[in-house]
Design a protein around this ligand. Structure first.
Ligand SMILES: Cc1ncc(C[n+]2csc(CCOP(=O)(O)OP(=O)(O)O)c2C)c(N)n1
Ligand SMILES: CC(=O)[C@@H](O)[C@H](O)COP(=O)(O)O
Ligand SMILES: [Mg+2]
Length: 639
């Protein structure tokens, strides 16, 4: 178990500059304390545990050797940055991680000068670091070294190679640390992952190669002797380069990323001698030093609050299945009937539920790595060849594949089905992971069919509908978390395309909901009834094509029409407004309001709190109706 040292060094460290006074032996002690503090903090807050535990020694070594914040340390994704936050003046707030008004779970420029570049989506670090490096070369600002720390999973994304390609061409000093723990969220896939494993297996080969190049001193001490001995042998051998060297990087490694006796000398040497792009390959263990994390299938990637002694997580009980599970089970049922159905995930098999699909249909499920752009076009290729691809992505990550959605899918009218999980506000991951934009960025594409599930039963039908749409692209969206507990259909029945449904007849005001705000709308309608206001409630089901007949009827037969959706401006409400304007209904005095996410990025909190901030919970819907009808409420408190 984790033991707290008697004289904590961590108490003497507030900023990285405090590390400069510590000996290497003390840095080792500090690393142990930092690991214990990280575990303790995450046990209280929940969050990304395994990745941070894997970089504790790297974090200490980088801050001990380099001069942050002048040197720019850029963590890829940023989910491993908790130890970094503790060492950079944020220890006093570390138990507010991912909470409302607390520290972000990722790096964030507005939070600290030690976070020079924010992240949360992967594979951006080398590009950003190269930007800093070139700004330094051009004399801009007070910029020292630029150091990107990128994981092996994040190395599967095209952006990382685009950046290395550029860096190899520019040939300026740039430090990339490849944090290779042989894990993404799930075990990593792909040829690159296999290549890194071969480099790992070939550690002695690196000694030989370094010897061949006379670069022995760049190796950590324990490897130097072997390399020296190998030198004679090498006189007669030809030694090839790693992929990184072929791309213009010097390559150092692989080294043990938990051994400060290797990390410190390598980083010091690199700091003293690097004169171009250099990649340090560090081997680490995700979850290192905390047995329950090391033993977990995901190596403790993300966790709820937990008991430090047992590792047991505290999870809230639920009476309803998660939307993700309902999607996966529905897709499996459809796929049992149609062997053209295939599923695609970009490194999120568990998060999208496709792990279940893969168990049932291993040959029909593709994990393409963190490669959303490729995943979309790969799906388009499958569709063009007559398959029925379900491309399952989180709303926020689909953003990365937008040109592919437009150029490869929509323009060619290919029937790719986008299963968009984590639609709407997601909670603790905050603004970077909010699924705010997909309705807007898809609904403006000609011929797309776009659905939003109001509850988990609706989701079953939408999966069946998407399976049946074979002549054009389609998408259905659903939120993070559990359903509302409605009765579930035996199996999905395809919906009529572009038809909504009326759930409650009122007559005075019409509330037209798209997605899971429906339950809040129904609560608001009930509260309005208590005031004697009769509200009609409709579920649009489709953001595209719109149910024109239903919407025009609602507009003509009510004093006011209010739309509500879990998406940013420019989505469903804008399309409804366009329809109403074209039909001349504004000229006839219709009171129309559109409730959308506000034009601001909302920081992390619980989803309910975030929706309160967005003004989209039941009391705020009720207030919107009163305002639209011109009814003043005096002396009432509103949530
Ligand atoms: C563009 C994008 N797609 C997917 C994700 C979800 N995601 C977060 S971390 C992660 C795995 C990263 O693996 P790696 O870089 O090896 O870091 P590790 O967790 O192993 O330290 C994934 C897929 C993301 N953050 N960004
Ligand atoms: C860092 C990252 O991008 C993922 O780990 C993400 O936090 C997962 O989110 P879910 O918990 O919604 O699957
Ligand atoms: Mg990894």
């Amino acid at each position: 178990m984790i033991e707290r040292p008697k004289t904590p060094l961590l108490d003497r460290v507030n900023l990285p500059s405090d590390l400069k006074a510590l000996s290497d032996r003390q840095l080792r002690q500090l690393a142990d304390e930092l690991r214990a503090e990280t575990i303790s903090a995450v046990s209280v807050t929940g969050g990304h545990l395994g990745a941070g535990l894997g970089v504790v020694e790297l974090t200490v070594a980088i801050h001990a050797v380099f001069d942050t914040p002048r040197d720019k340390l850029i963590w890829d994704v940023g989910h491993q940055c908790y130890p970094h936050k503790i060492l950079t003046g944020r220890r006093d707030r570390i138990r507010t991680l991912r909470q409302k008004d607390g520290l972000s779970g990722f790096t964030k420029r507005s939070e600290s000068p030690y976070d020079p570049f924010g992240a949360a989506h992967s594979s951006t670090s080398i590009s950003a670091a190269l930007g800093f490096a070139m700004a330094r070369e051009l004399g801009a600002g007070d910029v020292g070294d630029a150091i990107a720390v990128i994981g092996d999973g994040s190395m599967s994304a095209g952006m990382a190679y685009e950046a290395m390609n550029n860096a190899g061409h520019l040939r300026k000093r740039l430090i990339v640390i490849l944090n290779d723990n042989e894990m993404s969220i799930a075990p990593p896939v792909g040829a690159m992952s296999a290549y890194l494993s071969r480099l790992y297996a070939g550690a002695p080969f690196q000694e030989l190669k370094a010897a061949a190049k006379g670069a022995v001193s760049l190796l950590p001490e324990p490897l130097q002797e072997g390399a020296r001995r190998a030198k004679d042998m090498l006189k007669h051998l030809a030694v090839g380069g790693t992929l990184f060297e072929e791309m213009g990087f010097s390559y150092v490694g692989p080294i043990d990323g938990h051994d400060l006796d290797q990390l410190l000398p390598v980083l010091r040497t690199v700091k003293a001698r690097a004169d171009g792009p250099i990649l340090i390959h560090a081997l680490t263990k995700k979850g290192k030093g905390y047995a329950p994390a090391e033993a977990a299938a995901d190596r403790g990637h993300a966790t709820a609050q937990f008991n430090v002694l047992t590792g047991e997580q505290k999870k809230a009980p639920s009476n309803a299945p998660s939307y993700t599970k309902v999607f996966a089970q529905s897709l499996i049922r459809e796929a049992e009937l149609d062997d053209r159905i295939v599923a695609i995930t970009a490194a999120m098999p568990d998060g999208t539920g496709l792990n279940l699909f893969a168990e049932r249909f291993p040959r029909r499920c593709f994990d393409v790595g963190i490669a959303e752009q490729h995943g979309v076009t790969f799906s388009a290729g499958l569709a063009a060849a007559g398959m029925k691809p379900f491309c399952a992505m989180y709303s926020t990550f689909l953003q990365r594949g937008y040109d592919q959605v437009v150029h490869d899918v929509a323009i060619q009218r290919l029937p790719v089905r986008f299963a968009i999980d984590r639609a709407g506000l997601v909670g603790a991951d905050g603004a970077t992971h909010a699924g705010s934009f997909d309705i807007a960025f898809l609904a403006n594409l000609p011929d797309f069919v776009i659905m939003a599930a109001a509850d988990e039963a609706e989701l079953v039908h939408m999966v069946a509908t998407a399976a049946a749409i074979d002549d054009r692209p389609s998408a259905f969206r659903f939120p993070r978390g559990d359903g509302v507990g409605v009765e579930m259909p035996e199996r999905g029945a395809p919906l009529e395309i572009g038809r909504g449904r009326i759930l409650r007849e009122g007559g005075q005001v019409a509330l037209l909901s798209l997605g899971t705000r429906l339950s809040e709308v129904l609560i608001a309608a009930e509260a309005l009834a208590q005031r004697g206001i009769r509200a009609t409630v409709a579920d649009a089901r489709f953001a595209k094509p719109l149910d024109r007949d239903m919407i025009l009827q609602l507009a003509r037969n009510h004093e006011a029409l209010i739309t509500i959706e879990e998406g940013a401006i420019g989505g469903f409400g804008s399309h409804v407004a366009q329809l109403l304007a074209e039909a001349g209904l504004f000229d006839r005095g219709l009171r129309y309001r559109s409730m959308v996410l506000p034009d601001t990025f909302i920081d992390q909190a619980s989803p309910a709190d975030m929706y309160a901030t967005a003004g989209m919970n039941a009391p705020q819907i009720e207030a919107k109706v009163l305002e639209a009808l011109g009814i003043a409420v005096v002396g009432e408190r509103r949530a």
